[in-house]
Design a protein around this ligand. Structure first.
Ligand SMILES: CC(C)(COP(=O)(O)OP(=O)(O)OC[C@H]1O[C@@H](n2cnc3c(N)ncnc32)[C@H](O)[C@@H]1OP(=O)(O)O)[C@@H](O)C(=O)NCCC(=O)NCCS
Length: 207
């Protein structure tokens, strides 16, 4: 039993991850069996297993679960065929026999800082996700998500906000995620407070 468990773990570990033309901060982690292409990822972020992230800008301190798809390619729907063999791409076939038009430009997907993306989420290319937002598991995000909103469902809709508007505004002002590690260490007790108030924030970050 234990051997088969370890074997399963090992097999998961050795599945390759592919990171191409991307800049991943050295403090960030990409899980196994991920494809990460043309993407930037800030400090202390991670993504789990079997994620596909294409042409995205991801901030710092983001928590991205397994099976998350960001910025998947879209096939043009307004021509006779949507097949890539009619596009001038590497899928056009060996002789590019049918290639008649250039592929549409991929839109950059922006994911803010300290965003939590649940298991199995798909984020449409070009969407902007605000700082501190939460994307519930299995959501399909087709529209921009405001900072500190919690969204879920297919298509994703707002469920609630994490904090009051005054706290959200102050957090956006402070932008603690951009501070050097040394400064974060100095104010680390703030991160231990549940449901922080404006007064809490101002105590640690006097105006
Ligand atoms: C989105 C989420 C964070 C909300 O958690 P919560 O604040 O405890 O929310 P609640 O369970 O109180 O639900 C609030 C409402 O949102 C709905 N909801 C919760 N999660 C949802 C989801 N993923 N998709 C759609 N609706 C969801 C609930 O049904 C409820 O609706 P109601 O008010 O109409 O009854 C959580 O449900 C979730 O999806 N977490 C991700 C877990 C995950 O993927 N972990 C992987 C490891 S990182």
């Amino acid at each position: 039993m234990r051997l088969s468990y370890l074997y399963g773990k090992l097999m998961k570990k050795i599945q390759g991850t592919c990171v191409i033309n991307s800049r991943i901060d050295k403090t960030s982690v990409i899980g196994t069996s991920c494809n990460v292409l043309w993407t930037q990822m800030g400090k202390y972020s991670y993504c789990g297993h079997e994620c596909q992230i294409v042409y995205a800008e991801i901030g710092a301190f983001c928590s991205i679960s397994d099976h998350v798809f960001v910025g998947g390619a879209e096939h043009p729907m307004n021509r006779v065929s949507m097949s890539p063999v009619f596009q001038n791409t590497r899928h056009s076939g060996p002789s590019k026999r049918f290639a008649t038009f250039e592929s549409p430009k991929t839109k950059r997907t922006i994911i803010g800082n300290d965003v939590w993306i649940g298991h199995g989420v798909t984020i449409k290319q070009g969407v902007v996700i605000g700082d501190g937002a939460v994307i519930g598991s299995n959501a399909l995000v087709t529209k921009d998500v405001p900072p500190f909103a919690v969204v879920g469902g297919v298509p994703a809709r707002e469920i609630k906000h994490r904090f009051s508007q005054e706290v959200i505004d102050r957090l956006e002002e402070i932008q603690w995620w951009n501070l050097p590690d040394k400064k974060i260490t100095e104010v680390v007790d703030l991160f231990n407070i549940e449901n922080p108030t404006l007064e809490d924030l101002n105590r640690f970050f006097p105006k």
